[in-house]
Design a protein around this ligand. Structure first.
Ligand code: COA
Length: 239
């Protein structure tokens, strides 16, 4: 039995069975909700957004946002496809925002207030912590976890079973915006499978954190880190 609370706006006809849609939620024409989806109040699901079976979306989350374009923005957002795919059994937190042209694998948790930009591809059974930001074109492999309030810059590549602690930040532009934006120049960090990054570490443009390496809390990573190596300090060195 599908329940649609009063005040909800449901334009789509692609609604499965046992779906629950809370007060003032909006489901645009062309969105797809598989069986057992739960939308809490005030959720907005845009056209072209597809939610797998038993996905739960908490209050006020927005799925399917266009990147804004104003004069001060150096990077012109690519013409993203107007598609978002959320795998089965995912949980999307309160006020999370997922832009168009993003996908999330099954069994992944997107925390409250997280923001996932266009071009991002998140695998299965991942955790994207509360208020963590994934900028454009970020890849996160299966089983990887990023804790709260981390800032993952555009073009970052994260392997499988990676652990990134809270308040980790990253950079992709050593010109700090002086030279405008070019996709050819921006290089995000690459974090290989099973690597661990401690709380508050900073990863500079293009660094490679090798497989199962450990970046200590507070480290400033300026160079590549060899696999299975521990680095710490400012600048980070093997220790
Ligand atoms: C890498 C880490 C595990 C090292 O811990 P440890 O092996 O117990 O290190 P110790 O406390 O024995 O310290 C050894 C030396 O390294 C120094 N040190 C330890 N951690 C350091 C760090 N993060 N940065 C710089 N120096 C560090 C210590 O001051 C000490 O130096 P000293 O002998 O001159 O006093 C720890 O620093 C770390 O980063 N933990 C990650 C915590 C985290 O972010 N968890 C995830 C979220 S909860």
């Amino acid at each position: 039995v599908t329940r649609i609370a009063s005040g909800a706006v449901v334009e789509s006809e692609r609604i499965g069975e046992d779906v629950s849609i809370g007060e003032f939620a909006i489901v645009r024409d062309g969105a797809e909700l598989a069986d057992g989806v739960v939308l809490h109040p005030h959720v907005v699901v845009g056209s072209g957004v597809s939610l797998g079976e038993r996905v739960e979306v908490h209050t006020g989350a927005v799925l399917g946002k266009e990147p804004a374009l104003t004069a001060g923005i150096a990077r012109r957002p690519k013409s993203a496809s107007r598609v978002v795919t959320i795998g089965e059994r995912c949980s999307i937190g309160v006020h999370a925002v997922i832009y168009y042209d993003a996908s999330v694998g099954p069994d992944t948790l997107i925390g409250d207030g997280a923001s996932i930009r266009e071009g991002s591809r998140i695998g299965a059974a991942c955790v994207i912590g509360r208020y963590t930001l994934l900028h454009y074109d970020v890849t996160v492999g299966d089983g990887s976890r990023i804790m709260a309030l981390s800032d993952i810059v555009g073009h970052t590549v994260i392997g499988k079973d990676v652990f990134i602690s809270g308040l980790v930040s990253s950079a992709n532009d050593n010109a700090l915006g002086r030279e405008g934006y070019s996709d050819d120049v921006m290089r995000g960090p690459m974090i290989e499978d099973e690597a661990m990054v401690g709380a508050g570490a900073i990863l500079l443009p293009g660094v490679v954190i090798g497989r199962a390496a450990l970046v200590a809390a507070g480290a400033l990573v300026t160079r590549d880190v060899e696999p299975e190596t521990r680095v710490m300090g400012v600048p980070a060195r093997p220790a």
